[in-house]
Design a protein around this ligand. Structure first.
Ligand code: ADP
Ligand code: MG
Length: 231
């Protein structure tokens, strides 16, 4: 629990700083990128390689600041009644073309009595996008993606996303969700941090189980819609 507490404290600080910082970085970045593109256009042949590097680094900063702003900026959060299965399905469908290309087989199992919850549907979809994307990226040689939604014995819904991918070691497992923690060459290390924030703001939890070279299971637990709370 101490670890969990530390993690959420860190997240709160990061969240406060991030919006302002990302915003401050974005304006000069836009100017730099514009002029670099102009130089590429006007005298690209002379310094093509340098300019290409500059643009690719600028793109990277841009990607990180954009991703950060999307999380940290206090956006209008809209909580309403939604069907969790439908949110999960929409996300899975979005990834079908990619999984076909990458030889990933999808197994879906929706077995619930109740699947309605009060949530910000777009935020939860963002979480499922982040997690399914990670699962797909963990299976570069193909594999299986298992998606399920179930009720627990208590008043919770559980979404499980399991892959048969590379997995992570025990040592690394506790670091998942730390801002900027990534093992990917082109990763930002923000997807899981964002997901933690969103699920925490929905009074839910995220757990990871992983075995190296066998796969990873992510379990999201969310409180169901309690009938007496509905207006
Ligand atoms: P990114 O995907 O940009 O690296 P994330 O926050 O989404 O950032 O994930 C952080 C790290 O956690 C990843 O770089 C990867 O090493 C590890 N990870 C996350 N999900 C999985 C998974 N399903 N299988 C294996 N490793 C994972
Ligand atoms: Mg990711």
């Amino acid at each position: 629990t101490e670890e969990l507490l530390q993690k959420s404290e860190k997240l709160a600080v990061v969240g406060e700083l991030a919006a302002g910082l990302a915003h401050e970085i974005r304006n000069p970045l836009t100017t730099l990128k514009g002029f670099t593109q102009l130089i590429e256009y006007e005298q690209g042949r002379a310094n093509r390689e340098y300019i290409r590097l500059m643009l690719s680094e600028l793109d990277r900063i841009e990607m990180i600041t954009n991703e950060f702003m999307a999380v940290a900026k206090p956006q209008a959060v809209k909580y309403q009644e939604e069907d969790l299965i439908s949110l999960v399905k929409q996300t899975v469908n979005f990834y079908i073309p990619q999984t076909l290309l990458k030889n990933i087989h999808i197994n879906e199992d929706y077995n619930t009595k109740y699947s309605r919850i009060i949530c910000d549907g777009n935020q939860l979809k963002q979480v499922f996008i982040n997690l399914i994307k990670n699962a797909i990226e963990a299976m570069p040689k193909g594999g299986s993606l298992y998606i399920s939604v179930q009720n627990t014995e208590t008043n919770y819904l559980q979404v499980k996303i399991r892959d048969t991918g590379v997995g992570v070691s025990k040592e690394i497992l506790p670091r998942l969700g730390e801002p900027f923690y990534t093992l990917k060459e082109k990763g930002t290390g923000l997807g899981l941090m964002v997901s933690y924030r969103i699920i925490e703001s929905h009074q839910g939890t995220i757990q990871f189980e992983s075995v190296e070279n066998e796969g990873t299971t992510v379990i999201i637990t969310l409180p169901i819609l309690k009938p007496m709370l509905v207006k």
